[in-house]
Design a protein around this ligand. Structure first.
Ligand SMILES: Nc1ncnc2c1ncn2[C@@H]1O[C@H](COP(=O)(O)OP(=O)(O)O)[C@@H](O)[C@H]1O
Ligand SMILES: [Mg+2]
Length: 251
């Protein structure tokens, strides 16, 4: 079943065309990895999909429902807020609320959105804390946690709103190398429980092992799209060949 369809998305900042004509679709439970050099438009694409940025034109369709065609009517705050609920986003820099504990970070949004009774919300949050393996840290504040632990809280927080599509923007790039494994492990486990995910990453081995489908972006277009096997073992475009060679030689 197709859960997400993206058709001909375009986005410019002033005269700079950052997304030129992006189209792809995603099946429920599929994991899509987006790779590409810095500045190729990966973050902008995720921000447009999450309605944090208004795209100029093109359709975003979730479960067969057109959420936005980039038209003027799509700028209304109420509609944006509603559209955002289909997606969860985990940022590079965690972005936890510093004044709240782990548990409060996770219960805040569901509480504001009245997603259930206080008990139900807390019960669900505790289940998510267990899922990301932070049972001992539930009453800790973000500054008392390592980067890897903070990122796992951010993942639990995103899951608390039960989004249809969970997006990650380079979830491990702000972490020390020894902490990336624990975050990637949690993401890998989410795949097992049938979550639909879009992961922007520079962890090539992770993309290769976890993604069902990979998009290689270059200069605002999808330069190449395929299975991990096609992208890594049989790249067609020159740009992708160069990118892969460089990525693996840096390791
Ligand atoms: N808010 C903005 N205003 C102007 N230019 C931007 C803005 N956000 C991103 N850009 C530009 O868009 C291009 C793509 O950026 P980005 O989506 O962050 O790429 P990536 O995530 O692949 O590194 C870059 O040239 C960047 O400078
Ligand atoms: Mg980026």
């Amino acid at each position: 079943m197709v859960i997400l369809e993206v058709k001909n998305i375009k986005k410019s900042f002033g005269k700079t065309e950052v997304l030129k004509d992006i189209s792809f679709s995603l099946e429920k439970g599929e994991v899509l990895a987006i790779i590409g050099s810095s500045g190729s438009g990966k973050t902008t694409l995720l921000r447009c999909l999450n309605f944090l940025e208004n795209h100029d034109s093109g359709d975003i369709i979730v479960n067969g429902k057109l959420l936005s065609d980039g038209g003027e009517g799509d700028l209304k705050e109420e509609k944006l807020r509603e559209n955002r609920l289909h997606f969860g986003l985990v940022f590079q820099q965690f972005n936890l609320f510093p004044q709240y504990t782990v548990l409060q970070n996770i219960t805040l949004a569901p509480t504001l959105l009245k997603k259930g009774s206080a008990e139900e919300i807390e019960k669900n949050a505790l289940k998510l804390i267990d899922k990301v393996d932070l049972n001992e840290k539930r009453d800790f504040y973000p500054h008392e946690l390592s980067g890897g632990q903070q990122q796992r809280v951010a993942i639990a927080r995103a899951l608390a709103l039960d989004p249809e599509i969970l997006c990650f923007d380079e979830p491990t790039s702000a972490l020390d190398p020894e902490l990336t494994g624990e975050v990637l492990k949690v993401i890998r486990e989410l795949k097992g429980s049938d979550n639909t995910m879009i992961i922007v990453t520079h962890e090539m081995n992770f993309a290769k092992n976890v993604a069902d489908k990979i998009i290689f972006m270059a200069d605002g277009i999808i330069e190449e799209m395929g299975t991990p096997e096609e992208i890594f073992n049989n790249p067609k475009s020159e740009k992708l060949k160069v990118f892969i060679e460089k990525a693996f030689s840096e390791k």
